[in-house]
Design a protein around this ligand. Sequence first.
Ligand code: GMT
Length: 377
Amino acid sequence: MKKIGITCYPTIGGSGVIATELGKLLAKQGYEIHFITSSMPFRLDCTHPNIYYHEVEVNHYPVFQYPPYDLALSAKMAEIIDREKLDILHVHYAMPHAICAILAREISKHDVKIVTTLHGTDITVLGIDPTFEQMIKHGIEKSDAVTAVSHSLAMDTKRTLHIQKEISVIYNFINENDYYKKNDPTIKAAFGVHPDEHVIIHISNFRKVKRISDIIYTFNKVVKHMNAKLLLVGDGPESSRAHELVEKLGISDRVLFLGKQKKISDLLSISDIKLLLSEQESFGLVLLEAMACGVPCIGTNVGGIPEVITHNETGYLVELGNIDEAANRVIHLLKNKSTHAKFAQTAVLNAQTKFHSNEIVKQYIDLYDHIETSMKE
Ligand code: GMT
């Protein structure tokens, strides 16, 4: 069986989640998985005889004003490639992981193939930063295979970096053992939500790109028409501004700021609608998590969101910044029980077919097999 190295950002974030869940599922199928990361990936919550974790240690030698994490990562990658005889090194998020992997391959003596998965802001933000643009392009072009989490991201990458190289689209997936609807009435009660109250949920890292104020203004319109609560899950730079806005609008008793939470599927299970009104989103993993729990989604018509939400079937797409349209869609869906039920059912179905982990992991395995055979030819 193949030996695969995986590098990702180990702390909270969709790219780290995908990389870790992929490693866990590959290990179950007999692959030997070597995580090479700065700390233990937070989703690596299991022990498995095929999973190894190699921590990248950064030398804080006093002469270094900036301790060289990227070089320490490359050195660790090269060490593991040689010692474990890795067949593939799969890196998630181009910057700096793809570039580090290329350097590691040059340093190591063993022949390893490099797969880079692009996740979003590594292209849409860093890829247009003149400081990094050429470096990211180099990392992509020198990889043996490149994947993107949506067609939108693949197209953005080709357009912004002027890349001819083939980019395979492999959608994100979720761990089906974690994300499913729990019919437990005590969850609503535990969060102080009345059984008859509608629940709208937003989950993010509260960065500017998520447009939290659009979420709050949308909810402010909805709550004028119906009894509802807004769950804001996550934390980040825009949190304080969100608190201020909620207070200014006088809806503090209707909005629950829950901060970072572990049991997301419990919160999704008591939610009626998931809102994601970002100005940029390569995929929106939280949408898929919601769909798996039977929650219809309303999202902006940007980036990869239209590839996840099927308009009029699993939710609605709205124009970026159009709060009236978003609020009207929420109200319509909450008032029409049969449409809501139909959307919820189709959302679960899509999560279990088009985005099922078995299907997605198979696509990664096919890609690994393909680069190995095409290199031999
Ligand atoms: O770039 C970020 O915002 C973080 C990144 C991550 O590591 O979670 O998010 C991106 O990758 C996710 C997993 O593929 C996608 O679900 C997110 O849509 C994407 N974020 C953006 O494109 C803004």
